[in-house]
Structure formats: structure tokens, C-alpha cells
Design a protein around this ligand. Structure first.
Ligand SMILES: NC(=O)c1ccc[n+]([C@@H]2O[C@H](COP(=O)([O-])OP(=O)(O)OC[C@H]3O[C@@H](n4cnc5c(N)ncnc54)[C@H](OP(=O)(O)O)[C@@H]3O)[C@@H](O)[C@H]2O)c1
Length: 287
């Protein structure tokens, strides 16, 4: 099988490269400099030449706050870039594996009441911010298309490579000895190693459509931070604050939980978030 990975320098992209390289798969991994997915000619050329079985699209505009002022930039990558990949897949009959986010939902307290076990894949979308809107626009392009596609929604993505909450907490704790973290936003982390392994299993089953992949359980950012410091054995004072005390440019969801029933029905069991954190911390030691 041949795999083309876009956004190969990002957090998830690097995990895919590592995973597929270990399997000795035939891969072409492209960074944003090597293949800009908003450049339709380049996308067509690269995809035609390599004719991959799978395109693993890890390229995305992920600057959530910036997307509020640079909405066009976000749409160019997260919608138009996806459309370019779809068009190329239509020619080579490659399967497109794409990633999206819990931010396509409103993340409201009302939804917490409606979906106590998390948003199912077919829950009504209502993006919470402009980044979420641009990611939903990419999803719609997939849904409209006739190609073979698999869409994986993840939340709170954390891996050993790239930047994420776990690394930020450890760094802030080291630098300041204390951190302030919101306690009124809950969800569950998607660990990159888990996302890659489970997506590969879904691919091996030949599945298409939307699947949610994140870990089991539900945790607040503050409790997640506490677990990170505890797991690392790092002394850091944790101040628990509310969202009102931590203003961000783009609105953040208070409820980010994704329902995993659909993947469980395919034989894929989610890691408990604490077990996933242990594995992640072990991986980070080795870097
Ligand atoms: N991080 C999270 O917490 C989170 C949560 C939910 C969902 N997701 C989704 O999960 C996926 C992976 O996220 P991630 O955390 O791995 O993101 P990331 O670390 O920010 O990586 C994204 C990569 O895409 C590249 N890129 C940006 N514009 C591009 C373009 N026009 N053409 C080609 N490459 C381009 C970036 O390159 P440059 O750095 O050179 O721009 C970067 O290497 C994304 O679809 C994201 O929306 C992430």
C-alpha cells in the first residue's frame, strides 16, 4: 500500500510518518513547504505521480484564535485544501483520510445534557468558532464528494511530537512553578499514537464515513493538568479558574466529549485517558 501524508511536520503528521515507517510502508511525507494543499496544481501533480492508495491529510490551519481575524486563511486550508485533495483522489481513486475536531459542535452546557456520553458522529453540527466553521466546511466537501473517504474527529490532540497541552503545562510549571487552568471545560484527550493505530484499523476494515477517536472517561483541563504534574512528579502549584477568568479570542467549548460507541462497535476499545497519559509520558521520556 502507498501512503501520501500531507502536513507531515505537524503533531499528527509526524506520528503517522513514524508509525508507517516502522511498518516499512511505501510513503511520501510532505511538509507544508513541499506540498501546499491550497495549490491545486501541485496537489494534482504530486497525487498523479505517486498514485497513492491512501492520502492521510494531516495538513490543517490550526491557529484557533488567529482564525477569528484570518477567516479566509482558515477556509483556504481547511475547506479549499480539502477540496483540492478530493479532486485529486477522484482521478487516482485514492482514499482520503481526513481529520476534524470537536469544535464543529457548539460544546454547550445544553448539549452536555442532551449527550451525557459525548457527541455521536451524527449529532447536529454547530461550530463554536471560526476555526470550527472552517473545519466543518472541509467535512461538508467530503460529504458532498463521490470519493472513498474516512473522516476522524479528535479532541484535545496530544502526542510526543509537536506542541500540545501536556508539553505546555510541563513547560509553564517548570518556568513559573504555578499555572492557572480552567476547571469548567471538560472533554477527553485524543492521543496521537491511539488515533493513528485506530485509524489504521478502521482502514484495514475498509470503513468509510465519520468516526470519533478519543480516550475513555471525561476530565476537566484542570484535572488533566493535575494528572500531568503527578505523572511527571513535577511540583507545580495549580490554580483552578473558570472560563470567565481566562479570556480567549475564539470561544472555547465547555463540553468537548466525543462519543466513541461507533468505533467500539468496530472492535476498537478506547484507552482510559489516564492510561493514555502514562503511555504518552513514557514516549516523551524517550525523546
Ligand atoms: N491539536 C488539537 O488539539 C486538535 C484538536 C482537534 C482536532 N485537530 C485536528 O487534527 C489534525 C492534526 O492537528 P495537529 O495538532 O497535528 O496540527 P499541527 O501540529 O498544527 O499540524 C498541522 C500541519 O499542517 C501544515 N499546514 C498548514 N497549512 C498547510 C497547507 N496549506 N498545506 C500543507 N500543509 C499545511 C502545518 O505546517 P506549517 O506549520 O508549516 O504551517 C502543520 O505542519 C488537524 O486536522 C486538526 O484540525 C487538532
Amino acid at each position: 500500500m502507498k501512503y501520501l501524508i500531507t502536513g507531515a511536520n505537524g503533531q499528527l503528521g509526524r506520528e503517522w510518518v513514524q508509525y508507517l515507517s516502522a511498518l516499512n510502508a511505501e510513503i511520501i511525507a510532505t511538509t507544508s513547504e513541499q506540498l501546499d494543499i491550497t495549490d491545486s496544481d501541485s496537489v494534482t501533480k504530486v497525487v498523479n505521480e505517486f498514485a497513492p492508495d491512501f492520502i492521510i491529510n494531516c495538513a490543517a490551519y490550526t491557529k484557533v484564535d488567529l482564525a477569528e481575524s484570518d477567516f479566509e486563511g482558515a477556509m483556504r486550508v481547511n475547506r479549499d485544501g480539502v477540496k483540492n485533495l478530493i479532486d485529486a483522489c477522484a482521478i487516482t481513486e485514492s482514499k482520503l483520510v481526513h481529520f476534524s475536531t470537536d469544535y464543529v459542535f457548539s460544546g454547550s452546557e445544553e448539549d452536555r445534557g442532551t449527550f451525557p456520553f459525548g457527541y455521536p458522529e451524527d449529532a447536529k453540527t454547530d461550530p463554536i468558532n471560526r476555526y470550527g466553521y472552517s473545519k466543518r466546511a472541509g467535512e461538508i466537501e467530503l460529504e458532498k464528494s463521490d470519493i472513498d473517504w474516512l473522516l476522524i474527529r479528535v479532541s484535545w490532540l496530544c502526542g510526543s511530537q509537536g506542541s500540545n497541552f501536556v508539553k505546555t503545562m510541563l513547560r509553564l510549571g517548570r518556568e513559573h512553578g504555578e499555572v492557572s487552568v480552567v476547571e469548567d471545560q471538560t472533554g477527553s484527550p485524543s492521543y496521537t499514537f491511539d488515533v493513528v493505530e485506530k485509524t489504521d484499523q478502521l482502514l484495514k476494515q475498509g470503513l468509510k464515513g465519520i468516526y470519533h477517536i478519543s480516550s475513555g472517561g471525561e476530565v476537566s483541563w484542570a484535572d488533566f493538568a493535575e494528572a500531568i504534574f503527578s505523572e511527571k512528579g513535577q511540583k507545580t502549584t495549580l490554580h483552578r479558574i473558570t472560563s470567565d477568568q481566562f479570556k480567549t479570542i475564539a470561544k472555547r467549548p465547555s463540553f468537548s466529549l466525543l462519543n466513541k460507541e461507533k468505533m467500539i462497535k468496530k472492535g476498537l476499545n478506547p484507552f482510559d485517558w489516564r492510561d493514555g497519559l502514562k503511555r504518552l509520558m513514557t514516549e516523551m521520556e524517550g525523546i
